[in-house]
Design a protein around this ligand. Structure first.
Ligand SMILES: *Cc1c(COP(=O)(O)O)cnc(C)c1O
Length: 358
């Protein structure tokens, strides 16, 4: 029996993906070795690697203006690589919508890049996506599409002539997006598309060009990744294998539109319980900016009930519901692999809990 896992990341993986990995763990497709035990330069691993890239591009329907790159170091290493590779000595603009954008801004500042914060929702504990416009001539304009801790998400990305960079770690591969405005979309894959150890970026070729003539160590330079198909050094081969299986799973689900439909239904179920609880539950995010991925809420009726909620949920087979330590409260992460049925179970538990303790 597997529990219902609402962890924020690393998070639940589809049963089908885990089973396929399990079946092949000891003896990869009858070859007598595990995928973890072979060279990243051999044909067998290369197939996994390039197929993963192809499937990822297919899911987002990106054209040949973009390359997909694989990194280690998580999304957090990109906070430093982006300013290193993409700043042109001008201004780099940020919208500050939570801890993850703050960290990205900090890394850029450590590197001495000229940063400008065009908007912030920090004063109200990042409970909404602020209104703002980026300049048209920034070196780049940076946002985080889904704020994992606070449960806010952009419904529309800002229009700007500056190259738009998006940290999509926590809503990666959750819906189709229009790339026409996007210079780089990146994320760690352990939240919505795989396991830890792998970060992935869709990056427009003119951005890779920017890094070419810069004096940057090889492992930190986009053009090195590009020229070597992300095989400059030994990549996280098992994480790439798992990412491959996830991409295949997503395609088998019918692609990103189908997954998005499901994600909308799941989130609506939980927000409805919150909104109709007569103030027992209170969502953290403003309604118009609510995330489909992370539902962060408090038990406004009595905050002391929050730890009891987490404990009783666990007794009912639901784990990972404790909110991030910065915000407290409850957070249900309902990424791609969480089925509607599991979210239904959680919503029923929430209803039951509110009745019991009101
Ligand atoms: C989790 C998370 C990160 C950090 O990812 P790492 O892979 O741990 O570096 C960055 N951005 C967002 C939005 C996240 O949710």
């Amino acid at each position: 029996m597997r529990v219902m896992n609402f962890s924020a990341g690393p998070s639940n993986l589809p049963d089908e993906v885990l089973k396929e990995a399990q079946e092949n763990l000891f003896n990869y497709h009858g070859k007598g070795f595990s995928i973890m035990e072979i060279s990243h330069r051999g044909k067998i691993f290369e197939e996994v690697h390039f197929e993963a890239m192809q499937m990822a591009k297919k899911l987002y329907e990106v054209n040949d203006d973009y390359e997909i790159l694989f990194f280690q170091g998580g999304a957090s290493l990109q906070f430093a690589m982006i300013p290193m590779n993409l700043n042109l000595g001008g201004v780099c603009e940020f919208a500050n919508t939570g801890i993850w954008t703050k960290k990205a801004i900090k890394e850029a500042q450590i590197l001495g890049v000229n940063t400008k914060i065009v908007a912030s929702s920090e004063e109200s504990l990042f409970d909404h996506i602020p209104d703002f416009t980026f300049s048209d001539d920034a070196d780049y304009a940076y946002i985080c599409s889904n704020n994992t801790i606070y449960g806010t998400q952009y419904k529309k990305y800002p229009k700007t002539k500056s190259p738009l960079i998006i940290d999509a770690s926590s809503d990666f591969f959750s819906k189709k997006i229009d790339f026409s405005n996007i210079a780089m979309l990146f994320g760690g894959v352990q939240k919505n598309a795989g396991i830890s150890g792998l970060a992935c970026a869709f990056i427009r070729k003119d951005m890779i060009e920017r890094s070419k003539n810069k004096n940057i160590p090889s492992m930190l330079k986009y053009s090195v990744y590009s020229e070597n198909d992300s095989l400059f050094n030994t990549p996280a081969t098992f994480a790439i294998y798992m990412f491959n299986l996830e991409m295949k799973w997503l395609l088998n689900q019918g692609g990103l539109d189908k997954i998005n439909e499901q994600n909308i239904k799941k989130a609506q179920l939980l927000y409805k319980i919150i909104d109709e609880s007569n103030g027992f539950y209170k969502g953290h995010a403003k309604k118009e900016d609510r995330s489909l991925m992370n539902v962060s809420f408090n038990i406004a009726h009595d905050k002391n009930l929050e730890s009891i909620f987490v404990k009783e949920a666990e007794e009912n087979g639901m784990i990972g519901l404790k909110g991030h330590k910065i915000l407290g409260g409850i957070r249900a992460s309902i990424y791609n692999s969480i089925s509607f049925e599991k979210v239904k179970k959680l919503s029923e538990f929430m209803e039951y809990f509110a009745k019991k303790y009101v």
